[in-house]
Design a protein. Sequence first.
Lengths: 330, 321
Amino acid sequence: MTALLPRRGLAQILALIVILAVDRIVSPQFFDLRLQDGRLFGSLIDVLNRGTPVALLSLGMVLVIATRGIDLSVGAVMAISGAIAASLADSHGLPVVLAAALGTGLVCGLWNGFLVAVLGMQPIVATLILMVAGRGIAQLITEGRIVTFSSPDLIWLGNGAVLGLPVPVAIALGMLILTGAVVRGSALGLLIEATGGNARASELAGVGTRAMILAVYVWCGVCAALAGVIAAADIMGADANNAGLWLELDAILAVVIGGTSLFGGRFSLVLAVLGALIIQTMNTGILLSGYPPEFNLLVKAVVVLAVLLLQSPKLSGMAGIAARLRRTKA
Amino acid sequence: MILKALFAASATAALLLALPANAAELTIGFSQIGSESGWRAAETSVSKQEAAKRKVNLKIADAQQKQENQIKAIRSFIAQNVDAIFLAPVVSTGWDSVLKEAKEAKIPVVLLDRDIDPSGKDLYLTAVTSDSVHEGAVAGDWLAKTVAEKACNIVELQGTVGASVAANRKKGFDTAIAKHPNLKVVRSQTGDFTRAKGKEVMESFIKAEGGGKSICAVYAHNDDMMVGAIQAMKEAGLKPGKDILTVSIDAVPDIFKAMAAGEANATVELTPNMAGPALDAIAAFKEKGTVPPKWIQTESKLYTAADDPQKIYDSKKGLGY
């Protein structure tokens, strides 16, 4: 019976396989791949490519949540960094554009981190401020218009290919490896988990909890800014009203689907990204299915509920007891 | 934006102080919603142009999407005893008392772009709006005429689920193509009126319809989604405008850029010029006492590649879209 108990990651992988199988049923050509202009082309690639913004957001979000925090401002930070990248793209080189956009994300993260770590505000309120104000800032930058650009370098970032993989996917993969190497290759991950598990005890044990909290919000801001640049590069324009809109909720959902507790204390980067992929596999499946759009949110809610139930230790405990009862009766 | 608005306001004030309005000149107060979209910004700039053309003194009050600001603006227009009031209502209800005040002061009110609750019908002179069902019909008729007898599978990018504009544009299009059994909408999904979702949904349409080979036309409820869809088609190695026909609604500058490049075929204009017909109606009402009809429908003009899209793009891009 212990084999059926949710070992870490098993439930998520199972959920992904089931959703992929359903996608294959609603769309028989789901796994077809071909090369188009040096870039792989197919629904699977769409899943990876469209899942990139949420995957990047979840990389930052999972660390914030591990410290028992939350960052509601990531969608707004995407809008700001996209607006800045688009406004600079045609007059400056890619390094300047990236530095400006990511620098903005860093400043946004510092602001959030300052409110939470230094002023001691509750994370949900502290980041709500930037969530509301940030979209306004982005709209001020774009003056409410969609700012388009034609810089081939920035467009490549959204639509180019590296070894057949779309550039955004390669970037997300790189960020996953980088984040993983930094937090799991050192004691940093452990210290972050300690901060989330019991901040006071960790503080007494000598962990610089304030610096930890500041650092995770900064990283979250940078990841969000990168997602914003990619989203702008994808449509060759910055749409301040809609870029990243409600994506903070998808990012939190991805982290939760990845089995990270909102109460902090432990986290898994890979599973958070897997959570983002589960969400996108479902979204793409819904789009391919041809159902009327009125069903989109309903289907999404039911699938999310099923995935979370699959992970629930209580529920699998009950299933275990039921199976044992059945066996004793026989 | 704020600085600009402040500057405009102070400039208007300075102008008013410097030149006391000519007795023959009309002074009209315009309570604008705010800067909710590029179209709204274009409507404001076109209103200014149209007023200047007719030598009307147009005072614009930006309500920043709040009804209470609009009510305040209308009251201040009444206090200034303007000749007429234009109102682009942010919501459809709650206007009765302030419109009664305007009626008692004998100031005619013209609604722009949006209608209000039927209970207030006798409280305004006329409403200048577009008919979004008709817009969809114009798009459908163009497509039917263009493909003629050929069988045509259409994919549709809907606006936000629950938005009345989206429902109306769908209804108009469906009714127009219902007369032509060779036209069929094979897939329809929401793109939330945005470029990013338009692109994502079009990507899935292309995969679901055999790499896009069985799609003959795309209909999008707005141009922004079409701009995204055009990118998706290009990335899939298809030629939008040639392999797949496109028709969308709004006539924003960027669709003319695509049209000039041969990547889009047609768009139906949601004109930002609501003030022009309203100004004409007020002038006729003031001079000859002509009472306009309760509803003045703006033209839903169709633009295609034959209309010199590059020139239209140049003329539209400065309007603030």
